[in-house]
Design a protein around this ligand. Structure first.
Ligand code: ZN
Length: 454
């Protein structure tokens, strides 16, 4: 058989239907492998199923069945949901490369059937309620607190670009003719390849796909708010390290964090919204029991003591780390009793910031706040305002020292934000990934306990 005919079949989508039907008998004779096919019927050639209508009815059904079977098997495994997500993103999706490459499935089909099937299972693994916007969250990049798993519709779009590029840049002149004859300026992949070239077109496509997911996810008033503030306030590398940390947590803690991040915990406010509770009032203090209320705003003395304990656990981790990295001619002062550190009340009258490092003529203050994700920026502003005149509270022994105040925020679900000048002026290295991870873990475990005792 002529090579061009062979390629034409592999890239069957480029052919018009009439022309396609005309060449079928030739193929059957030439290869001697394809049996006669009835009108409305189909046949398989080089692994690809051809039907006369070119509607891909059978391949669509086969793909949905194969994916359904895999996801059912994965769901039934007795492993942590984090591991299921990892298997899904690294193994399951890779099993459909061939199908996405050879068939021009529409985005509508991929989104409404294939991605919907995946969303159904992911929701089940994470015990998310039906109202959760799982698809956009899962496909949003990690730096926006998503899972960074592209949807099948996204994968197909990228594959289409690769496939069209193979035609455009083929060494075979006949294949390039096929590209010229079939390219259309209104086909996104074609116009991007022509104007940008492969590399830039791929980057541009990936960016536009993740922008779509992100703008939908972060635009969600309730489910996307925490992720929006986090992505604006926390360094990308700290968000990536946070994800690694929570992926290693026990499953029930991991699920708690993921649900809390999207405001999907069954707090009384949500239960009332979902029609499962008559009241949304906190039984401890009488205020509306929202996610934020439970994790950081309840005024009941018992809960306040738990918030303080969570704060002090993290402060202790930081103080011990500073102590081991302090170096000579510097002294650590802390609001906790730490062996080898002095108490901050020795430096200030009336104010007790969490940490102070005293150098030859300077006091570098570090104030730690454990706040809700949505308060990462306001908590910082509040603390800076509170300590704006801290230098006027120096005790007489320190009256010649300059004072600078810096904030460290650790959110209730473990995101860490620390002002770089704190480390620079105190001549300390930046927080190590192991330390950030320990703080995240401590915050998450303590917050879950607070949530369970709400
Ligand atoms: Zn309360």
């Amino acid at each position: 058989m002529d090579i061009r005919l062979d390629k034409c079949l592999t890239f069957g989508a480029a052919m018009c239907k009439t022309k396609f039907q005309q060449i079928l008998p030739t193929v059957a004779l030439a290869k001697g492998k394809i049996h006669s096919v009835l009108l409305e019927g189909h046949f398989k050639y080089l692994g690809k199923i051809f039907d006369f209508e070119l509607k891909y009815t059978i391949p669509k059904q086969e793909m949905a069945d194969k994916l359904g079977k895999m996801l059912n098997t994965l769901s039934a495994l007795k492993i942590r949901s984090q591991t299921k997500l990892k298997i899904f993103s690294r193994y399951v999706t890779a099993q459909f490369t061939f199908e996405l490459k050879i068939y021009n499935f529409t985005d509508t089909y991929l989104s409404s059937v294939i991605d919907k099937l995946c969303t159904f299972h992911i929701r089940k693994w994470l015990e998310f309620p039906a109202s959760s916007c799982v698809n956009e969250w899962a496909s949003a990049p990690i730096k926006f607190c998503g899972l960074g798993i592209p949807t099948f519709a996204h994968r197909a779009g990228r594959m289409r670009l690769t496939k069209r590029n193979a035609l455009m840049t083929s060494k075979n002149a006949a294949i390039r003719d096929l590209w010229s004859a079939s390219k259309r300026s209104n086909i996104i992949a074609d116009s991007m390849l022509e104007s940008l070239g492969r590399q830039s077109a791929t980057t541009s496509l990936k960016n536009s796909q993740s922008n779509d997911s992100v703008s939908h996810f972060l635009g969600l008033k309730s489910q996307g708010l925490s992720a929006k503030v986090v992505s604006e306030s926390v360094l990308t590398k700290n968000i990536a390290s946070w994800k690694q940390t929570i992926d290693l947590l026990p499953e029930h803690v991991f699920i708690f964090v993921r649900k809390a991040m999207m405001n999907q915990l069954p707090t009384l406010k949500n239960l009332k919204l979902w029609g499962r509770s008559a009241t949304d009032l906190c039984p401890r203090c009488g205020c509306c029991q929202s996610n934020k209320h439970v994790l950081s705003n309840c005024s009941s003395p018992e809960v306040l003591a738990r918030y303080l304990d969570r704060h002090n656990q993290i402060l202790k981790i930081i103080a011990l780390w500073i102590k081991s990295n302090l170096g000579e001619n510097k002294t650590l002062y802390c609001d906790l009793s730490i062996a080898g550190a002095r108490h901050v009340s020795d430096i200030f009258n009336g104010f007790r910031p969490d940490l102070a490092i005293v150098l030859r003529s300077a006091i570098i203050v570090g104030e730690l706040t454990i706040c809700h994700e949505t308060n990462l920026q306001t908590s910082r502003d509040f603390k800076l305002k509170k300590y704006a005149n801290l230098s006027s509270s120096r005790s007489s022994a320190f009256r010649h020292y300059t004072v600078t105040v810096h904030t460290i925020e650790v959110s209730t679900l473990g995101f860490v934000v620390a002002e770089p000048n704190f480390f620079k002026l105190a001549q300390l290295p930046n927080f190590s990934p192991a330390l950030t991870s320990e703080m995240s873990r401590t915050a998450v475990v303590a917050s879950r306990e607070i949530y369970c005792n709400r």
